[in-house]
Ligand binder design. Structure first.
Ligand code: ADP
Ligand code: MG
Length: 630
């Protein structure tokens, strides 16, 4: 066959293969266009999971009649000036409308502010229909019918109405979070309706929009993030460690207002929470990155959901650092839902109490209970500073600092130092006890079932899971010891030679100093190979090949060596778990109080290493309510 130029329609259908994967991609492109047109209201209507109909109506500035034909012509855009490095709109490729028009029946009806009537153009499977007058308010309505009728192969890949509808709803939510001042509505033929009234662009307005999308309990169970590094600004909210999900779908990320699904960001979030969440739980996050458009490439894929940062290490470091800092600053804080759920379980006459059937079990608590059950400790707002009893006080420091001590000894030291440091108060008997009542976790009163410390503050009852709490304290101490000085390493009898692509070998060599600090002695071994001479003692017999390859991958992706640090932390966590006060151990009053004080002084001690709360707080007011006294 001779070489021929593809027809315009063929070219558009090929582009559609990339841009328009499923109905939700159409919704995404049309909503982005509405926002680029400055809309304050965006209305989406679909039927048949978007395969029969998608209609997006906006009140934006519209398209003048004379430009309608250009809007559906390939490579025509009003958004890109001369500089591909300076993209400030959501669209810029000028290929969404012609692509959609090549695989469906598309019509655009639009009216600008300066025109006294609207006009409409259509395109069906790539065939352009003549422009005709129409009636409409200012703004644009784009209607897409029979998506993929012109490309039946693609149609076969659709997952069914339910799945497509939910993908549409997800994309609308995802975009809406970045545009709190815009009102969004979504109506489908099934029950996927969504109504997101406009808020405002203050921090509070933005959080209210997030709550509309993520649920009203998110704000109470999240902490604000606001950090800046080398011109990159990170804002948003992340859930506290006891408020998690089974998958990462509730992690929303934005780069300059554009929703993205980015491996680097997802990895950074995982890294930041690695310490406080079990492997199979995921934080709920909304993160906005804003940076100079010149140092991020959004033109990686036609769907524009991928980005590439010029300095990935900077972005990762910023995210991990900011989240960890925020978690530490938030101190010990358990999820409000925990306390609220418990109140519901206790409440006499609540549905779950009266009818233990499956029907409406945990729906019984209401907003009032949620709010009043909030067990928030905020060291910034709290008038009561944590008491100054540090976990890494005398006993621990002494042993931990011993030169060349193996890790097992540190573990033992941490264990010994744990509950035995004494607080100088006997509850209920002295002035000191009165002071303890003012502490965040109060004065210990009793130990019950050999694992729960019951404590009292001025206005609440605290129950601490002593094993979970101590496990966390030991872990934090081990980690501090681990990262405060070089990690002990063991020499391998024979160096392990690992063949790698030359770039990987080079990358590892560049990071060899950091790796050495973590106990991994690695050096170049001729072209395309490295030699490992030492490994961290903690890792014991380890698969060196796999570890080094993982590290090489991570450096290639993110320019960091977090993998090794995370592995070491994980081992510290396991050791902490085994070295901690088992449930079943009887504690003296001083020991209990010492544990409470250490918790107050230790960042992150509101949850155990597996993300479960270490304590719960019941407000006196709630207890009185339980007994009908209020
Ligand atoms: P892009 O968004 O990349 O420019 P599109 O194919 O999505 O490409 O849209 C082509 C052009 O049509 C846009 O540049 C814009 O000028 C115009 N347009 C599309 N949708 C709208 C809308 N809802 N309101 C105003 N103009 C629009
Ligand atoms: Mg567009």
């Amino acid at each position: 066959m001779p070489i021929r130029q593809l027809s315009e329609t063929m070219i558009n259908q090929i582009a559609a293969g990339e841009v328009i994967e499923r109905p939700a991609s159409v919704v995404k492109e049309l909503v982005e266009n509405a926002l680029d047109a400055g809309a304050s209201k965006v209305e989406v209507v679909t039927s048949g999971g978007g395969l029969n109909l998608i209609r997006v109506t906006d009140d934006g500035f519209g398209i003048p009649e004379r430009e309608l034909a250009l809007a559906i012509a390939r490579h025509c855009t009003s958004k890109l000036t001369e500089d591909i490095n300076d993209i400030r709109s959501l669209g810029f490729r000028g290929e969404a409308l012609p692509s959609i028009g090549s695989v469906s029946r598309l019509s655009i009806r639009s009216r600008t502010a300066s025109s006294d009537s609207a006009a409409e153009i259509g395109i069906e499977g790539g065939r352009v229909l003549p422009i005709k007058p129409a009636a409409a308010n200012r703004g644009t309505t784009v209607e897409v019918r029979d998506l993929f009728f012109a490309t039946p192969a693609r149609l076969k890949f659709m997952k069914g109405e339910r799945a497509e509808s939910s993908a549409i709803s997800d994309i609308v939510k995802r975009i809406a979070i970045a545009f709190p001042t815009v009102r969004f509505t979504l109506a489908g033929s099934d029950r996927t309706t969504l109504e997101l009234p406009a808020t405002d662009d203050s921090a509070d307005g933005s959080l209210r929009r997030v709550a509309q999308v993520m649920g009203a309990d998110f704000p109470d169970n999240s902490i604000a993030i606001d950090a800046m590094r080398e011109g990159v600004h990170l804002t948003g909210h992340v859930s506290i460690p006891s408020f998690t999900r089974a998958n990462a779908l509730q992690q929303y990320a934005y780069v300059n207002g554009r929703p993205v699904r980015d491996k680097l960001i997802a990895g950074a979030i995982r890294g930041a929470f690695a310490d406080v969440l079990p492997r199979d739980r995921h934080a709920v996050t909304v993160l906005f990155l804003s940076l100079d458009p010149a140092i991020v490439d959004v033109n990686v894929h036609p769907a524009k959901a991928d980005v590439r940062f010029r300095d990935p290490g900077l972005v990762r470091g910023l995210i991990v650092g900011a989240i960890r800092q925020a978690l530490a600053d938030a101190g010990i804080r358990s999820a409000t839902t925990g306390a609220a759920g418990m109140m519901a379980a206790f409440r006499p006459g609540s549905p779950s109490y009266a009818h233990p059937g499956p029907a409406n079990g945990h729906r019984s608590y209401d907003a009032a209970y949620r709010a009043s059950g909030a067990a928030g400790f905020d060291p910034v707002r709290s008038p009561q500073r944590p008491l100054d009893i540090q976990f890494d006080s005398p006993g621990f420091e002494r042993t931990g600092a011993r030169q060349g001590s193996g890790f097992g000894e540190n573990e033992q030291a941490a264990f010994d130092a744990g509950p035995l440091a004494s607080a100088d108060a006997r509850p209920g008997q002295s002035e000191a006890a009165e002071t303890l009542l003012g502490a965040v976790l109060g004065a210990a009163r009793a130990q019950v079932h050999e694992n729960y410390i019951v404590a009292q503050t001025r206005d609440s009852l605290i129950i601490v899971d002593q094993h979970a709490a101590h496990e966390r304290l030991v872990y934090e101490a081990l980690k501090n010891a681990l990262h405060a000085r070089p990690v002990p390493s063991q020499m391998l009898l024979l160096p392990e030679i690992i063949d790698l692509p030359e770039e990987d070998a080079e990358r590892l060599a560049v990071h060899s100093e950091t790796l050495a600090r973590f106990g991994l002695g690695i050096e170049r071994f001729g072209p395309g190979a490295v030699a490992v001479r030492e490994t961290p003692s903690m890792l014991g017999e380890t698969n060196v090949q796999q570890l080094v390859r993982d590290l090489a991958d991570e450096i290639a992706d993110n320019d960091t060596v977090e993998t090794l640090k995370e592995r070491l932390d994980k081992i510290a966590a396991t050791m902490a778990c085994h070295g901690s006060v088992r449930s079943g151990r009887l504690l003296k009053a001083e020991e209990m109080n010492a544990l409470l004080r250490q918790m107050e002084a230790t960042p992150g001690s509101g949850t155990c290493n597996h993300g479960r709360p270490t304590y719960i707080e019941l407000k006196l007011a709630d207890i009185e309510r339980l007994f009908g006294r209020r």
